[in-house]
Ligand binder design. Structure first.
Ligand code: CP
Length: 301
């Protein structure tokens, strides 16, 4: 099984991951050594920078008694820099009797291309502007943890919706749940792509495009904020799309603010002290969800 695109997830699969993630949390909190992934080996090839994704995958293997071998800066430090194709890299790595390969790359569709060539399970840890499926599992688990259910939630996605892989993955994944409402809040030039809108329509998700965060903030259970991805050459004035005390004052008492992180200036620092600031809990959940995912993929029941 490869993990490439959230459209591949069933409700059953996601529910299983969420239940298991809760058990994984207990393993981490107990600090008891686990041997669930004893003798299992993960290679992580990251061609783009990462803090959360790479380190939480590594920590996940470590907490469960497995081994990991990581190549950050893979575009420079691996033989990709000499022109080796991903297909050749995968053929070589699978000769090392490993159990899973985690890939991050700037090219859309890179993980799917790798999966075509691989007998070893591939996990897409982010491919360009396309998808970040493990982030979506974390996002949904965080919503499930907070609200006890995902069906019926009203979610505002905010910022550069045109180029954000976490947004694409989360929209596709939310469409698997019932009675979801999505407010797509962005400058007009950064609206979400038509393939996502078509998918939401097909799956009966009610959505509305807006450029007015102040109007949307009181209506939703979740505000999912994003940053300007300067590393992809993207620039716009995000003054009207920032989360600050003013936006908090408009939100419901039980609503939450999420963000896949890293944050730059799109959530002001004084929001952190509000109990509705959920982005650091969300990042912590990344460890439990990735532990659950690795166990599901690597251990036969
Ligand atoms: N959310 C996320 O993918 O963070 P990193 O880029 O630090 O892995």
């Amino acid at each position: 099984m490869h993990i490439i695109d959230t459209r591949q997830f069933s409700r059953e699969f996601m529910d299983k991951i969420f239940v298991l993630a809760e058990k994984m949390r207990q393993i981490v909190l107990s600090r008891q050594p686990s041997i669930i992934l004893k003798n299992k080996k993960m290679i992580a090839l990251f061609h783009e920078p990462s803090t959360r994704t790479r380190l939480s995958f590594e920590m996940a293997m470590s907490y469960l008694g497995g081994h990991f071998f990581s190549t950050p800066n893979a575009s420079e430090s691996s033989s990709a820099s000499k022109g080796e194709t991903v297909e050749d890299t995968i053929k070589v790595l699978q000769g090392y009797a490993l159990d899973v390969i985690v890939l991050r790359h700037h090219e859309d569709g890179f993980a799917a291309r790798a999966a075509q060539a691989s007998l070893v399970p591939i996990i897409n840890a982010g491919d360009g502007k396309n998808q970040h499926p493990t982030q979506a599992l974390i996002d949904l688990y965080t919503m499930q943890e907070k609200f006890g259910k995902i069906d019926g939630l009203r979610v505002a996605m905010v910022g550069d919706l045109a180029h954000y892989r976490s947004i694409r993955s989360l929209c596709f994944a939310l469409a698997k749940f019932k009675k979801i409402t999505i407010y797509l809040v962005s400058p007009v030039s950064f609206r979400i792509k038509d393939d996502v809108k078509n998918y939401l329509t097909k799956h009966e998700v009610w959505f509305l495009e807006s450029d007015n965060l102040q109007k949307v903030a009181p209506l939703v259970d979740v505000i999912y904020q994003t940053r300007i991805q300067k590393e992809r050459g993207i620039h716009f004035d995000n003054t009207d799309f920032m989360i600050n005390k003013k936006i908090l004052s408009l939100m419901k008492k039980e609503a939450i603010v999420m963000h896949p992180l890293p944050r730059v200036d799109e959530i002001s620092l004084d929001v952190d002290e509000d109990p509705r600031a959920y982005y650091f809990k969300q990042a912590e959940n990344g460890l439990y969800v990735r532990m659950a995912l690795l166990k599901t993929m690597l251990v036969r029941e």
